[in-house]
Design a protein around this ligand. Structure first.
Ligand SMILES: NC(=O)c1ccc[n+]([C@@H]2O[C@H](COP(=O)([O-])OP(=O)(O)OC[C@H]3O[C@@H](n4cnc5c(N)ncnc54)[C@H](OP(=O)(O)O)[C@@H]3O)[C@@H](O)[C@H]2O)c1
Length: 277
């Protein structure tokens, strides 16, 4: 039995992960903006499901969430940085306020939570840190400039941190989904103001998203099961792609990056100092 801290447990992946973890007998701290949203889980799993009020955009919430988890259950084995949301806007269409809130939610807030949890995991000499990334961070679509940038920043930070803490028994995994049937495209998606010149790119992608809402191929319950299976893996992957769409798009991206690097290699590679210089 492990102790998990899961952010954004009110809906989508977070709720599916919390439900699956509780069904497997783990203790789960449900970190949510509105504790009423998880009252059913708390009633269903007394002594195992513990709600705390948590907002990624409130800096003090990170250390408080970790402290309250340890006070409640005596340990913190797994952090699942799940909460986040998308912003559909061309880079030029985003406002400073939208940029700041999206970065705070998808990068700075999760980063702070990882920083707060590491002293506990170092003392335990073990821990798992799992973050919800996005295929957008790797193979972007027009309209996700801010969102993809924030997710990519967290992935890069975790890549570095995973090497810093590997000798200390702490393991990272970035979960990379394509479209899954959650509230992500619906109530959670933020929108920029529209500039007509972007209708053929961002507008078109927005139309694709609207049509897909409610019909996304990914099943959050199956994803939750695959993600929680990682807890039994001695060597979990740094990246876990989930769903057929993410696998298809990531494969295409890798192939096109490889081709582009090779086409431009003769230009880019011979830029070192000459031997003996
Ligand atoms: N579904 C997809 O297709 C997809 C694809 C790629 C990546 N993802 C990622 O998956 C993660 C979970 O999203 P989802 O798909 O499950 O969407 P969701 O159903 O909309 O859930 C988002 C969760 O994040 C919480 N949240 C948002 N802002 C927050 C804040 N400032 N502080 C604390 N909690 C906050 C929401 O809380 P409230 O209930 O209070 O709003 C909600 O619990 C996100 O990181 C998202 O970027 C999803």
């Amino acid at each position: 039995m492990k102790t998990l801290l899961i952010t954004g447990a009110s809906s989508g992946f977070g709720r599916a992960l919390a439900t699956e973890a509780l069904n497997r007998g783990h203790r789960v701290v449900l970190a949510v903006r509105n504790p009423e949203s998880v009252a059913d889980l708390v009633a269903q799993y007394p002594g195992k499901a513990h709600p705390i009020r948590f907002d990624l955009t409130t800096p003090a919430d990170a250390e408080r969430a970790v402290r309250e988890t340890v006070e409640e259950f005596g340990s913190l084995d797994v952090l699942i940085n799940n909460a986040g949301y998308g912003l559909l806007a061309a880079l030029e269409e985003s406002t400073d306020e939208q940029l700041a809130r999206n970065l705070e939610t998808n990068f700075t807030g999760p980063f702070r939570l990882i920083r707060a949890v590491l002293p506990v995991m170092r003392a335990q000499k073990q821990g798992r840190i799992i973050s919800l990334s996005a295929i957008a961070a790797y193979a972007n679509h027009p309209g996700f400039a801010v969102y993809a940038g924030a997710k990519a920043a967290l992935d890069a930070a975790c890549d570095a941190a995973s090497q810093e803490v590997a000798p200390l028994g702490i393991k990272f995994t970035q979960v990379i989904p394509g479209p899954f049937r959650t509230d992500f495209i619906g109530r959670s998606l933020d929108h920029g103001s529209r500039i007509p010149d972007y209708e053929g790119t961002v507008g078109k992608f927005g139309g694709f998203l609207s049509k897909m809402d409610g019909k996304q191929p990914g099943d959050p319950a199956k994803a939750a099961s695959a993600i929680l299976d990682l807890l039994d893996a001695e060597k979990p992957p740094f990246r876990l792609l989930i769903g057929s769409y993410a696998h298809m798009i990531f494969g295409k991206k890798l192939a096109s990056m490889d081709a582009e690097i090779n086409v431009w290699k003769e230009k880019g590679q011979p830029t070192d100092f000459s031997p003996g210089a």
